[in-house]
Design a protein around this ligand. Structure first.
Ligand SMILES: NC(=O)c1ccc[n+]([C@@H]2O[C@H](COP(=O)([O-])OP(=O)(O)OC[C@H]3O[C@@H](n4cnc5c(N)ncnc54)[C@H](OP(=O)(O)O)[C@@H]3O)[C@@H](O)[C@H]2O)c1
Length: 246
């Protein structure tokens, strides 16, 4: 069963990830970039996934120039809905690496923050597609590969504010509750296997989405992306399924 697990102090994060391969979606975003760099710094090879090739190349160069293991890029638009295309995604990981130790689902869309009558139907669907449906299908098609690893993880990202089902959080709020449910369902199904399913729930932090949902907030009161990424790594390498708050 899923349970809340404490985020370990970041000093405990000495474990080397040499030889490990992690897929990070939304690798061009604030959290995706920060966690890709942090995992690479610990020795992991990162498969950077996003939909913008220029931004993907920039983060690729940053990792390579820092002397970390050479990453890989999979350019992929998560608005696609055909499961066969997702299977091709997993096959390309298998062909290139023959292994996968974890998926970190950082890709996210905000949709419309506002009352129900301001919600745009197509943006609503797009937000559910990227935040929930694509994460579910990608996890499904990668599961056989993850289950060949010594130990593996699937990590989703929620939002400390949006998850509370309060007014105006719209499609984004619904997607965060859904992702937490998806993670718990997977965790239950994967109990006693090599794969854990976790959800990371950042608190107030300096990330692009937070700037949009809380435009007036002062940066001085917020956790940095770098610090948040270190806490997320502790969640990714956790041996037990559950929710990690920070
Ligand atoms: N307080 C909180 O709890 C809190 C605060 C902030 C964020 N968060 C969570 O942290 C996570 C990351 O937030 P962030 O601020 O880093 O987000 P962000 O900077 O907006 O990054 C989102 C990423 O998703 C990618 N993406 C969007 N649509 C896509 C699509 N159709 N196909 C492929 N990739 C797509 C974006 O690609 P492009 O670069 O091409 O747009 C970008 O890489 C989110 O899950 C968010 O909910 C939580």
């Amino acid at each position: 069963m899923t349970k809340t697990i404490p985020v370990l102090p970041i000093e405990n994060q000495e474990e080397s990830l040499n030889g490990r391969v992690y897929l990070v979606t939304g690798a061009t975003g604030g959290l995706g970039q920060a966690v890709s760099l942090q995992l690479a710094k610990l020795g992991a090879t990162i498969i950077l996934s996003g939909r913008n090739d220029d931004k993907l190349n920039q983060i690729y160069d940053r990792i390579e120039q820092s002397g970390h293991p050479t990453p890989a890029i999979i350019s992929f638009d998560l608005e696609q809905t055909d499961e066969d295309i997702y299977k091709q995604f997993a096959n390309s990981i298998y062909s290139e690496f023959n292994k996968l130790d974890g998926i970190v689902h950082c890709a996210c869309q905000l949709g419309v923050i506002g009352p129900m009558d301001s919600q745009d139907g197509s943006l609503w669907l797009q937000t559910q597609q990227v935040n929930v449906n694509a994460a579910a299908i990608l996890s499904k098609v990668c599961l056989p590969l993850l289950q060949q690893a010594r130990d593996a993880s699937i990590t989703f990202v929620s939002d400390s504010s949006a998850r509370q089902s309060k007014a105006y959080w719209g499609s984004y709020g619904v997607s965060k509750v859904a992702v937490e449910s998806l993670s718990a369902i997977l965790a239950d199904e994967l109990e006693n296997t090599n794969t854990v399913s976790n959800v990371y729930i950042p608190g107030p932090c300096i990330l692009p989405i937070r700037k949009k949902t809380h435009p007036g907030e002062k940066n001085s009161t917020l956790d940095t992306a770098h610090h948040i990424a270190k806490k997320l790594v502790n969640c990714i390498i956790s041996e037990k399924s559950g929710s990690c708050f920070s």
